[in-house]
Design a protein around this ligand. Structure first.
Ligand SMILES: Nc1nc2c(ncn2[C@@H]2O[C@H](COP(=O)(O)OP(=O)(O)O)[C@@H](O)[C@H]2O)c(=O)[nH]1
Ligand SMILES: [Mg+2]
Length: 451
């Protein structure tokens, strides 16, 4: 059964992992309804044994239970963040009827829950067991993509201790190097016997490597893509150590695609580092952000001091709204001087300069490199409803990885229930082999029964 995607936050101590996690988790969007009596069995989250096991201590995942709304923090390191996507309701002009079970949808901008993992404890030398090295690397294997949180202010050194003028571009190379060294170490240690077995059983390179890499959550497809990318000529038994290094490097990039979050852009020292790193790295993989600012803005919004649209530059205070002609100031509370200044500063340093705090964009970027496709399982493909209440549309949304088929989605959503056929928009039958993409085969109704 396909797992739910999991995004890991990595980075040295004090880079801002926990702050980033909290800022993405503490969503002002409401979380689901406590409608446990809903009879339609949508195995929405039950496909994830982990979550269901942790929350309900449920022995079997086929239980038709919806998650209770209190699922923001699963354990100190795991949390549910909200990924912003364009909802299918917009395409069909039913924004008014759109009522997500989890997350929210405002005018077609939908916040979809996604699991995040704070992978703490990485320090240089982790692969040799330094710090929480082994624990870190063990956590890491569950992640499908990584967000590397980098302290772009240069005010913390490689170990996360206070300093000034540290070059944060070093962290980018160093972190990937740790992962590569860990995987290489495990492989190289046994290389002699791996080779002998490979020759003796006449295995393919994919089979042999997958045997070694499955522990990192790899699949044969990932290994095959890695080898395709390298286009190696020599058979595995003749690989030199240098070839093995290249294989491990390519596998790391394939298995752990990484977004670089250049954090702390509210700090005056960050700007030059930012310019430098954006020039060095694939600009498409780098996002500037301020987790601290995002956390602050969400908190102030939640407490009724400001209006803030997450992921945008739009912040309104009571004063702003009064100036705009609303004598009631939108019903917002009056800010004290200190918080007023902080908001002014964030506007100047971040919102007007970068267009947003960047944190929402960090998560979107991670979803993009993973190629996550939002799919909307419905009961009825005309009303888009999930239950008897046809006035409510698009209750559910699941995120699947790119190249997933309709059949993959069916198993994720329906578990082992026998599917008679699958209906798409317009009542057309959709093959279980059809690939789901954004806008195509992404609104599906699974009909239970024998075909
Ligand atoms: N200026 C600034 N400080 C931040 C930002 N994000 C985190 N911090 C601070 O950096 C320190 C370490 O943050 P934390 O999230 O605990 O880092 P972790 O060790 O990577 O989890 C804390 O004092 C945070 O307040 C940011 O965007 N800007
Ligand atoms: Mg932390």
């Amino acid at each position: 059964m396909p797992r739910d995607p999991l995004i890991g936050l990595v980075g040295k101590p004090s880079a801002g992992k926990s702050t980033t996690l909290n800022s993405l988790t503490d969503a002002t969007s409401k979380v689901g309804g406590s409608n446990l009596s809903n009879k339609y069995i949508v195995f929405f989250y039950s496909s994830s044994t982990r979550i269901s096991a942790l929350i309900f201590a449920m022995p079997h995942r086929k239980l038709s239970v919806r998650l209770s709304p209190v699922f923001t923090t699963i354990d100190p390191q795991r949390a549910i963040g909200y990924l912003q996507i364009t909802c299918a309701c917009e395409r069909f002009g039913v924004q008014d009827k759109c009522k997500p079970n989890y997350g929210s949808c405002v005018d077609g901008r939908r916040s979809v829950p996604i699991e995040l993992l704070d992978v703490a404890g990485l320090v240089p030398g982790a692969h040799q067991g330094r710090g929480l090295g082994n624990k870190f690397l063990d956590d890491l294997r569950h992640a499908d993509a990584l967000i590397h949180v980098v302290d772009a202010s240069g005010r913390t050194n490689a170990e996360g201790e206070n300093t000034r003028g540290y070059d944060p571009s070093q962290d980018i190379a160093w972190l990937r190097g740790e992962i590569v060294a860990w995987i290489k170490g495990n492989l190289w240690e046994k290389w002699g016997s791996i080779k002998r077995r490979h020759v003796a059983i006449k295995a393919t390179a994919v089979e042999t490597l997958q045997g070694q890499f499955s522990g990192y959550g790899s699949t044969a497809t990932v290994v095959a893509r890695t080898l395709d990318r390298l286009n190696l000529k020599e058979p595995l038994e003749h690989w030199t150590e240098e070839t093995v290094d290249r294989v491990v490097g390519a596998f790391t990039d394939e298995k752990f695609p990484t977004v670089i979050a250049l954090n702390k852009i509210d700090d005056s020292d960050a700007y030059t580092n930012l310019m430098k790193i954006t020039k060095m790295q694939d600009p498409n993989m780098v996002v500037a952000c301020s987790a601290k600012a995002e956390l602050f803005l969400r908190k102030m919004a939640k407490q009724g001091y400001i209006r803030y649209t997450e992921g945008t530059e739009f912040v309104d205070t009571r004063e702003d709204l009064i100036a705009d002609g609303d004598p009631d100031g939108g019903g917002l509370k009056e800010l004290d001087e200190k918080n007023k200044n902080t908001i002014e500063e964030y506007r100047d340093m971040i919102l007007f300069r970068y267009g947003s705090t960047g944190v929402v964009q960090v998560l979107s970027k991670a979803a993009e490199i993973l190629g996550l496709v939002p799919v909307f399982p419905v009961r009825n493909v005309s009303t888009f409803s999930s239950g008897s209440d046809t006035k409510v549309a698009f209750r559910d949304c699941v995120l699947v990885k790119k190249n997933s088929t309709v059949g993959d989605v069916a198993r994720k959503v329906m578990g082992d229930a026998p599917i008679a056929y699958v209906e798409g928009v317009g009542g057309v039958r959709v093959s279980e082999d059809a690939v789901v993409t954004a806008g195509k085969n992404d609104v599906l109704s699974f009909k239970i029964g024998r075909a």
